[in-house]
Design a protein. Structure first.
Lengths: 99, 660
């Protein structure tokens, strides 16, 4: 399979993730969208590592996965805290920054 | 022969020393010695001025100059002294009258608190210094500086009794009206600098003599300079400040508003007549205005009941005479009248001051029969009156007749007629004062007439004061225009003539000196400076007949009472009513003020309120509404921000793809 196939897959994944982030009302859903976008990046990295025969991409991917785990842990903790304080985890209700 | 320059410089600087001494040494100013300090230094200045006059040789001049305001092309201005025949004589007049007035003030202001007296003498010294600087100025710059300084001194001295609102008002009025003229003078001087490149009299005279002074645009310059002279020398229509200036102490009126300062404009013409001669149209206008001023002020003087106001209007009238002579092109004639007028008008004012000092009122109808009570004052006042009326052998005769001749020879028949009528009126109004105040007894008919109906003059009295003149102590503290602190005698007894007596020696001696000078100046100084024209032989007779006619009419009306002044007034109804209202000039000035100043202020106010403020208001309103609309972009929802970021990223990518 050519490189373009992998890149197209990654782009589609990224677009789906972005769509989820923008449209989901549930904050957990938004976090899931972010996960999708990050994994689209991982697909990119692995594909380039394979086609350029360079292991640096693989190393980067491992790091990204670790960071993603930390990010999800932090994000879930925030969501729980917000739910405790505000009594809701729906994104439309979190508009403290409105002008 | 010694050099007159240093002597004149000494005379100029001695009053400055007196002013600084009184100004800096506060204990001296507050002590009783302040007056004597000033008088002694003024006496020394008089001596120096006299010596400078004696030392001068006719037709030559002495100069002491310092550079001032240096520039690459030579100094912009010089300060120093320029002594020639005219300035030496004028210096002598200023120093002499100044000394005599200060001596007289010692007696006149005896009742004042020492601090106020010290202030008065400090101002007097400053005035003498400024006026001498004006007289001795070698060019226009020093002239202008001193010109403004004398204006300042005039303001300070008119407002000497600054607690009285009329005095403060009069001081401000004098200051503003003369200042209006001074703007013209300043503009004229600046234009002259651009025009000729120098402001030095002698250099300018050289330019004029060589014919290298460009004539185009010179009219504006001479008109500007004339405006300054118009304000200072009380020419119509800027004369309205002078009668009000009589709110100051009488010696101040004598020195500043009769003898010296108001003649500054005439003196300026004497100095620079060759410049004005380059613009004959302007000079002719000066003559016409001068003659008209002389006539107008003479009619005004006929209806005044305040002795100082009569003298004030007569000063305006005589200044008109001088300016008429300038307008005819014969500066010497006007200058001679300036000298004789300076002496006899100072005499008249000081004598009037002695009368006011004694009776405690300015109203001539409250006087009467003073010749018996104050014989010396009566004699000197009569000498001054004869001189002002222009009767033979008195100072004013020679100079006034010379002016009439100059105007006639200069080819101005209408101004000549105005001046002739004014000469008749001069004799009439002066002898009216003499007969009413000094000779006629205070008849009961006069007192009732003064209550407000009837004769020309009584109407003037009522209009001016509103108090019944001639009876009781009514006029004591409220005495119109009299002393703020009425001297002993006046207040205690009310304005009665019964207790009046001649003044102390410090006041009488200057009067006698001035009286002798009024006679002597006519027979000594003026004939030595023969006029440079041939007047018709009949002219002196005409002048004398006119004066005698005026005297006779006054005698008939106020001494014999053969002619009823009431009927005389009715015969001249319109003119009398107009004169009583001062020809509505003050109202006209107020109206002009309303129209011009307030009108402009209203327009400027509208522009400020609606244009300037409007722009600012619209801008701030725009800012507010746009801010209010833009804040709605901030929804506060994180997803909207993400959406915006994503959209931005897409746009960036699209731009980076298509832009190349």
């Amino acid at each position: 399979m050519p490189l373009q196939a992998y890149l197209t897959l990654a782009a589609v994944l990224f677009a789906i993730g972005l769509f989820g982030v923008i449209t989901r009302r549930n904050t957990i859903g938004i976090l899931l969208g972010i996960e999708l976008m990050l994994n689209a990046v991982n697909v990119n990295l692995v594909a380039f590592a394979r086609f350029h025969a360079d292991a640096a991409g693989l190393v980067f991917t491992v790091f990204t996965i670790c960071v993603t785990v930390a990010e999800v842990a932090l994000g879930l903790a925030l969501v729980i805290l917000i739910f405790r304080v505000r009594g809701t985890a729906v994104a439309d209700h979190l508009d403290l920054l409105r002008g | 022969m010694t050099d007159p320059g240093p002597l004149a410089l000494l005379a100029w600087l001695l009053p400055a020393a007196a002013f600084l001494l009184l100004g800096v040494a506060v204990p001296l100013r507050r002590s009783a010695a302040a007056g004597w300090t000033s008088v002694l230094l003024a006496g020394a200045a008089l001596w120096a001025a006299f010596a400078a006059w004696r030392a001068g040789t006719p037709g030559e001049h002495a100069r002491i100059l310092w550079e001032w305001l240096p520039m690459a092309s030579g100094p912009l201005a010089t300060v120093g002294v320029l002594v020639d025949a005219d300035s030496a004589l004028m210096l002598l007049l200023v120093a002499g009258v100044s000394f005599l007035v200060q001596l007289y003030s010692l007696g006149y202001l005896e009742g004042e608190p020492p601090g106020a007296r010290g202030r008065y003498f400090a101002y007097q010294s400053l005035f003498a210094f400024s006026m001498m600087g004006l007289v001795l100025a070698p060019g226009f710059v020093q002239l202008f500086v001193c010109w403004e300084l004398v204006g300042l001194c005039s303001y300070l001295l008119i407002g000497y009794w600054y607690q009285r609102p009329e005095a403060a008002r009069a001081a401000v009025k004098a200051f503003w009206i003369t200042k209006a003229g001074d703007v013209g003078l300043l503009v004229g001087i600046v234009l002259l600098w651009r025009h000729a490149g120098t402001l030095d009299y002698l250099e300018l005279l050289d330019l004029v003599d060589a014919g290298t002074l460009p004539l185009a645009g010179l009219e504006l310059i001479t008109v500007g300079i004339y405006l300054g002279a118009m304000g200072k020398s009380a020419q119509f229509p800027l004369h309205v400040w002078l009668p009000d200036a009589m709110e100051g102490p009488t010696p101040v009126s004598a020195l500043i508003h009769a003898a010296t300062m108001v003649t500054a404009g005439v003196y300026l013409f004497t100095r620079t007549i060759w410049l004005f001669a380059q613009t004959p149209e302007v000079l002719a206008a000066v003559g016409w205005i001068g003659a008209f001023t002389a006539l107008l002020a003479a009619t005004l003087a006929c209806v005044q009941a305040d002795i100082k106001r009569v003298l004030a209007y007569s000063t305006v009238s005589q200044l008109g005479y001088m300016m008429a002579a300038m307008g005819a092109g014969y500066a010497a004639a006007g200058f001679h009248h300036l000298l004789t007028h300076g002496v006899f008008k100072a005499l008249l004012f000081l004598a009037a001051g002695a009368v006011i000092h004694a009776v405690g009122t300015n109203d001539i109808f409250a006087m009467g029969g003073l010749a018996r009570r104050m014989p010396q004052t009566a004699i000197v006042f009569l000498v001054g009156t004869l001189s002002l009326a222009g009767l033979p052998f008195f100072g004013g005769f020679f100079s006034k007749e010379e002016i009439l001749g100059a105007v006639w020879v200069g080819g101005h028949p209408v101004p000549f007629l105005m001046l002739a009528v004014a000469a008749f009126l001069t004799a009439f109004y002066m002898f009216r004062v003499v007969f009413i105040a000094f000779f006629a007894g205070p008849a009961p008919g006069w007192a009732t007439a003064a209550a407000g109906h009837g004769s020309t003059v009584a109407r003037g009295a009522a209009a001016g004061h509103g108090s019944v003149a001639g009876h009781g102590p009514t006029a004591g503290p409220a005495a119109p225009g009299a002393h703020g602190a009425t001297p002993p005698g006046g207040a205690a007894h009310g304005p009665g003539t019964a207790h009046a007596h001649d003044a102390p020696w410090v006041m009488i001696v200057p009067l006698w000196i001035l009286a002798l000078l009024s006679v002597a100046i006519g027979v000594t100084v003026v004939p030595h400076r023969a006029p440079d024209f041939e007047a018709p032989a009949a002219l002196p007779w005409v002048a004398v007949l006119l004066s005698l006619g005026g005297v006779a009419l006054a005698w008939l009306a106020y001494q014999r009472r053969a002619v009823d002044p009431d009927r005389l007034g009715r015969a001249l109804g319109a003119v009398r009513d107009a004169a009583l209202e001062r020809f509505w000039l003050d109202e006209a000035f107020t109206a002009v003020y309303r129209l011009a100043v307030l009108g402009v202020a209203r327009i400027v106010g509208w522009i400020d309120r609606y244009l300037v403020d409007g722009v600012v208001n619209v801008l701030s309103a725009w800012t507010l509404t746009s801010g209010d609309r833009l804040r709605r972009l901030q929804t506060g929802l994180p997803q909207d921000y993400v959406y915006a970021v994503a959209l931005g990223a897409i746009l960036l990518i699209a731009w980076s793809q298509w832009a190349r």
